[in-house]
Design a protein around this ligand. Structure first.
Ligand code: ZN
Length: 121
């Protein structure tokens, strides 16, 4: 899910701060402004109205597995030459045959749901 980071300040003040939000769809600028408008229209005693300074859409986190080689030396088994690989984020394991080909996920991780990295085990 993309995130946006908005920079806001209190009206009449020059010091700003940043807040991060999940962002679903639409125009980030308009979305942030609408949120601030909502905040400003429901101020509680002691709260000051806020002003939007800037909006930044943060790059989406990669969904690719981050493969790390598990064995120190490349494994040679019969005619097979491979490295055992494990994703350092989600723990999915696989094998890489040769240096240029991609990593093939092990049979227990062959399902489609393991294709993208979820970032957790
Ligand atoms: Zn992963």
């Amino acid at each position: 899910m993309p995130k946006i980071e908005i920079e806001v300040c209190q009206v009449g003040s020059t010091s700003t701060w940043k807040e991060k939000y999940d962002f679903h769809e639409g125009d980030p600028q308009a979305w942030a402004q609408a949120m601030l408008d909502r905040f400003n229209s429901t101020l509680r005693p002691g709260e000051n109205p806020r002003e939007l300074v800037s909006v930044e859409v943060l790059p989406e986190e990669s969904q690719e597995h981050i493969w790390r080689k598990e064995n120190v030396y490349t494994i040679v088994r019969g005619s097979q030459v491979y490295d055992k690989m494990r994703c350092e984020r989600c723990g999915v394991t696989g094998k890489r045959h040769g240096l240029v080909s991609g990593v093939k996920r092990d049979s227990e991780y062959r399902a489609k749901k393991y294709e993208k990295c979820t970032g957790h085990v």
